[in-house]
Design a protein around this ligand. Structure first.
Ligand SMILES: *Cc1c(COP(=O)(O)O)cnc(C)c1O
Length: 430
């Protein structure tokens, strides 16, 4: 596709990054199942290795199929560049790696995917990194948590699993004033529902495992750069602003400008951390992106119907879907995600922990799966699974207490999903 700054989302999700294959004319993006690429000559190889020329060297760094996906996700998010990697958790490390160092910290929302809470509260400490968890609705607390060693602020636009909507713009005003980057995990929302870069985010991370692929086939992740952050404005980000010894003193920001973070992600991040996405995974995710907006519209339509039905049922204690008028985030959702509040929410079942476990066992159309963003409807009891490593306090803070189940509403016939919930609730509460 030729560059067209005004193409709509539905066009970009099919065409961005892709061109008919120059060797064969193949219209669909081929799976370039290769690890190496023949250099034209010795000078060409030397130019590629010293970053004087951009091209393919080795598939740990770049691969043509993965490159199409990178360009496509960057276009959908409105960023300057993107780096794909092996999973959403890999993307989080890839996003933080250039910013952090021993003794540095991030400030993160308390409302995050359970695996992210674990990664941030335990694993990153091995690198000498710290995380301070803060309620992102308390803007003063966010401001106060940022200190001279803070290198990023991290939150989810639509937070899994509690139906929380982050006021991205308000947090971006704080990070702008502090001159530190804002990283938004846009996995649950997708760029179709939330536009983090337009709302002031510096970087966007994805678990492409979820809605971007959309059919539960492959794990993957992506880091998108807005290209807007001035890495050289302070001395806080030497990986991007100071001379890089492994590339003869090259300064990424000075040399690559708005592409600095993306080039660093490939030339240092993928080179040395090796969290590479394989071309097969990129292929499945490219297939998924082609129908993203169509699927998201249906996900949202179904989620609204099912959330409303559950809310009216007297076997249910409460439903935390921001698309319901009863939600404290309903007004905010109209600002942050005007096309809909996603398709992930939790509900509390009268009968507590035991009723939740029975409900999960009795459902037939819903699958009991630790995944989300599939075309299939999925359910999980977070407290006994994804949020099991958290303390009960952390579970409650994340909206995943013991009497709560999380659903990821799929694109099936809504009436079938309602009937399935109805029969399983009857068996669970008897
Ligand atoms: C699944 C998920 C992740 C982790 O992604 P993986 O691909 O499983 O590594 C991170 N954030 C959110 C919001 C997720 O849903």
């Amino acid at each position: 596709m030729t560059d067209g700054p005004n193409y709509g989302f539905d066009t970009l999700q099919i065409h961005a990054g892709a061109h008919p294959d120059p060797a064969t004319g193949a219209r669909q993006t081929p799976i370039y199942q290769t690890t190496g690429y023949v250099f034209r000559d010795a000078e060409h190889a030397a130019a590629l290795f010293s970053l004087k020329e951009v091209g393919f060297i080795y598939s740990r760094l770049t691969n043509p199929t993965v490159a199409v996906l990178q360009e496509r996700i960057a276009a959908l998010e409105g960023g300057t560049g993107a780096v794909c990697c092996s999973s959403g958790h890999a993307a989080q490390i890839m996003a933080l790696f250039p910013l952090m160092g021993p003794g540095k910290n991030i400030v993160a929302s308390t409302r995050l995917y359970g695996g992210t809470v674990t990664q941030f509260s335990h694993t990153i400490k091995r690198f000498g990194w710290e995380c301070k968890f803060v309620d992102f609705d308390d803007l003063d607390a966010v401001r106060d948590a940022i200190d001279e060693n803070t290198r990023a602020v991290f939150g989810e636009a639509i937070a899994n699993p509690g139906g929380y909507i982050m006021d991205v713009r308000a947090i971006a005003d704080i990070t702008d004033a502090a001159q530190i980057p804002l990283i938004i995990d846009n996995t649950s929302a997708t760029p179709y529902l939330v536009r983090p870069i337009e709302l002031g985010a510096t970087l966007v991370v994805h678990s492409t495992t979820k809605y971007l692929t959309g059919n539960g086939t492959v794990t993957g992740g992506c880091v998108v750069d807005s290209g807007k952050f001035d890495w050289s404005a302070t001395d806080k980000f030497p990986s991007l602003s100071a001379p890089e010894p492994a590339y003869h003193g090259l300064k990424f920001h000075e040399t690559f400008g708005a592409m600095a973070f993306t080039f660093h992600g490939i030339a240092i991040g993928l080179r040395d951390l090796g969290m590479t996405m394989n071309p097969q995974a990129a292929h499945y995710t490219l297939m998924g992106t082609e129908t993203l907006s169509l699927r998201m519209d249906r996900h949202v339509e179904n989620a609204k119907k099912i959330a409303a039905w559950l809310e009216a049922d007297d076997r249910i204690e409460y439903v935390t879907y921001a698309g319901l008028e009863s939600s404290p985030y309903y007004e905010r959702s109209k600002k942050v995600c005007p096309k809909g509040a996603g398709a992930l929410f939790t509900f509390a079942v009268k009968g507590g922990y035991d009723a939740c476990v029975k409900l999960v066992n009795e459902l037939e159309v819903f699958s009991h799966v630790a995944n989300l963003g599939d075309t299939r409807s999925l359910i999980i009891h977070s407290a006994s699974t994804t949020h099991n490593q958290l303390t009960e306090e952390q579970q409650e803070a994340a909206g995943a207490g013991p009497s709560v189940v999380r659903v990821s509403i799929g694109t099936e016939t809504a009436d079938d999903l309602i009937a399935d919930l109805d029969q399983a609730l009857t068996k669970a509460i008897s």
